[in-house]
Design a protein around this ligand. Sequence first.
Ligand code: WTA
Length: 658
Amino acid sequence: MSSDHVAIESSLQENRLFPPSAQFSAQSHIKSRQQYEQMYRQSIDDPDTFWGNVAKELSWSRPWDKVLDWKSPYAKWFVGGQTNMAVNCLDRNIERGLGDKVAILWEGEPLAQGKSPEIRRITYRQLHQMTNRFANGLRKLGVKKGDRVTIYMPMVPEAAVAMLACARIGAPHSVIFGGFSSQAISDRVIDAQSQYLITSDGGWRRGSVVELKKNVDEALTKTDLIKKVIVLKHTGQQIPWIEGRDVDWKDVIDGASDQCAAEPMDSEDLLYVLYTSGSTGKPKGIIHTTGGYMVGCYLTTKYTFDLHDNDVYWCTADIGWVTGHSYVVYGPLCNGATTFMYEGAPNFPDFSRFWDIIERHKITIFYTAPTAIRAFMKAGRELVDKHDLSSLRVLGSVGEPINPEAWIWYQQVIGHGKCPIVDTWWQTETGCIMITPLPGVTATKPGTATLPFFGIDAAVVDRTGKELPPNQGGLLVMRKPWPSMLRGIFNDPDRYVRQYWSDVPGCYFSGDGARRDSDGYFWIMGRVDDVLNVSGHRLGTAEIESALVSHEAVAEAAVVGVPHEMKGQGVAAFVTLKAGYHASDDLKKQLLNTVVKAIGAIARPDQIRFSEALPKTRSGKIMRRLLKELAGTGDVKGDVTTLEDFSVIARLKESDEG
Ligand code: WTA
C-alpha cells in the first residue's frame, strides 16, 4: 500500500433513490429487502448450510465431507467433493432438458454488403459435442490433468470451447487478453510453465485483423517451453507455419469422438490461472480452484442479473479478463442461460453497433463497463434512439466506479427508466461479484455498488481493522472467506499472504478505498495502491515503469494515474534521461512504442513528461502523490515537507506536458 496515502476523503454526494418497480420485484428470484436480509444473515451466520444448499443444486461425482475448512488465510471449500466445471456447464443442462437451447449466440464483427453480420447459434448439445471433440483432441496431443494451457484467442465461440475443454480434462487454462503484446505472452507462458498454447490466425477488431498468431510466434522466440500451438483458422490470412509445433484446430478435432469422459476434479483442484496487475512490475497469476468458484459463479449470475430461462444475456467483457471467465462463460453456462458473444469493437462501423445487436438479438440483460457507457454518451443519444431496446430488463456495470452522470444516462437513455442497474464491485481475486444491488430488491443510488452479496462480510476499516463510522473513507476488506476467493498466486505463495492478508489484521484487503453511507451502501473510491484502472483495465504503475526504463535512454521513470474523461483514469509518465540523451518528440514516440510493445496498447501513456529529476523523500522514495497532483491539476498544493529537493517541483512544472 502506498505510504503516501494518508486519509481517503470522498466528496461525492448522491442521494437520488431508484427502487425497482413492484412489477419487477414480483417476478424476481429475490423479491424483497426482507428476503435478502434473511438470506444474507443465514449466509453469514451459517455459511455451511447456506453454501451447502446452493452447491447441492449442481452436479458432483462425489459429495463433499465438509463445506468449509478455514485456516486463515487459506480456505478450502467443499472439501473432499469431486465435480467438473464443464459437466456442470454442459452435461447437467442437457440432462435438464436444455439440449436444444442456444448456449452461445455469437455475432462476428465484419458486415457483409447487405450489412448482415455472421451469426452462429450453438445449442447446449452442440457445445457439448464441440467441447468433447476438442477435449479428446487435446488429450491426444498429450495434455494431461494439471498441465497449464495458454489461450490467446479472439472473441469467438471456440475460445469458450477451448476453456471448457481444458476444464473437462482438468488442464488449468491461462487465458491472455488478445490485446496484450508478445512480451506479455512470453512472460505469462514462462510463469505458468505452460507447454500448450491455443490461438487463432487472427481476430477482427474495428475492421482490421489483429494478428494473434504473429504475436504468438514472436513470443515463442523467447521461450521453448511450448510444445504445441493449436491454431484456429478464423480470419484466413496467410500465416507462417512451424511444422511439428503448429497444429490446425481442424486436425485436432478430426476424427475425435464427441464423447469424452470428464476428469473428476477435486473441489480444490486448479481450474485456472489468470494474470492480473499488482503493485510490482510482475503480473501475478491468480489461482482459482474448481468447486467454490463454480458455486460462486452459479449463484451470483442467477441473483445479480435475476436470470430467467428465456433471458438473452450479454456481458460485453473479453474472455481475457476475469469478467469474461465468470460472466461470459462459466456463470451463464452453469445456469443454462443463452450467453451472447460479440467478436469486435463497439464502434464498428460506428457507435450504434451495440444497439443494433441488442435490437437484432432481443438482448434482455446487458452488462458492460462505465468507460464504454461514457464513450456512447459522447457519441450521442441519436444513435441509441434509432433502435428498439425494449427487450432490455436488467443493466449491469463493472470494472470501475461509475460516475453518476453516466449512471443516469445508462438508466434513462438505454434503460428507458425501467431497467434496474446493477453496479457490481468485485476483482480478479474475488472470482465473483461481491458488492452489488439485486435487481428486484435494492433501491439503487447512482454511483454506489450498494450492499454485499450473500456470504460476503465486507467492511470499511482503518489500518488496525477497526470498522469506521458511516461516511468515513477507509480500506475495503472482507472479514470472512467466500467460495470463489483466490486460493493463491501461482508460483508465489508468499506474495499471496503479503499482498492480501498483511495490511489489515485478519482481513482480506482489496486494495480499494471505500466508504459506507448511512444506509450501509458501499461507495468505492478507487485503488489506494499503485494499481491504475484505465478503461476498467487494471495496470500496475510498476509494470509501465519497468517498460519505460527498458529503453536505453531512460534513467528513471514514475507513472501515475490522472483523471481522464473517457477512460476514468489515464496514464501519466515522468521520465528522467541518462546523460547524453535529450528530450524530443521522436524519443517520446519511441517510449510510447516501447510501452505498447512490452504490455499492449491499453497501457500507452497519455502524457510523457521529461524531467531532470523526480520528487523524492529523503529516503529516496518517489513521491507519486505530488506527481499525481501535478499531472492531474498542473500544480502542487499538497504537503511537500518530506521532499528532499524543493526545486524539483518548480522544474517539473516547467516540464513539457505533451
Ligand atoms: C475496480 C474486474 C468501482 C476496483 C471485475 C477493483 C470497481 C478493480 C468496480 C478490480 C465497481 C471493479 N465500482 N470500482 N463496480 N468493479 N472495480 O481485477 O478498483 O480487473 O479493485 O476485476 O476494479 O479489477 P479487476
